[in-house]
Design a protein. Structure first.
Length: 108
C-alpha cells in the first residue's frame, strides 16, 4: 500500500513538471507552486512525516487544484478572478501540507 502511495506521489511530481512545461501559458506562477508543493509532499513521504492517509488526502488536493486550473484555462483566458481563486486554493493546499507535515502523527 505504501509503495502505491509513494509511486502516486512520485507520479504527481513528474506530472506537475509535464504540466508546467505544456500548460504554462496562463498560470506560470501557479504551475511552479504546484510543482514545489508536490515536492514537499514527496519529501514528507520519504522522511516519514506524512502517514498514508495524509499523503492520499494531500495528493487528492493537488489533483483538484490541477483540475480547477484546467477548467480555468479551458476557454483560453484565465481571468483575474479565476487567478485569485486558484491562488487562494493553492494557499490553502500549502497550509494543509505544512500542517500535516508538522503534526504529531508520523508513519513510524
Amino acid at each position: 500500500m505504501f509503495k502505491q502511495i509513494a509511486i502516486a506521489a512520485a507520479a504527481l511530481i513528474s506530472v506537475s513538471g509535464v504540466l508546467a512545461a505544456t500548460a504554462s501559458a496562463g498560470t506560470p506562477v501557479l504551475d511552479e507552486r504546484q510543482q514545489n508543493q508536490a515536492q514537499r509532499i514527496g519529501q514528507g513521504v520519504r522522511s516519514g512525516e506524512l502517514t498514508r492517509r495524509e499523503t492520499r488526502r494531500l495528493v487528492h488536493g493537488q489533483r483538484e487544484l490541477r483540475q480547477d486550473e484546467r477548467a480555468a484555462k479551458a476557454d483560453g483566458v484565465v481571468t483575474a478572478r479565476e487567478r485569485a481563486r486558484l491562488q487562494h486554493e493553492a494557499n490553502q493546499q500549502s497550509r494543509r501540507i505544512h500542517r500535516q507535515k508538522h503534526d504529531a502523527q508520523d508513519r513510524n
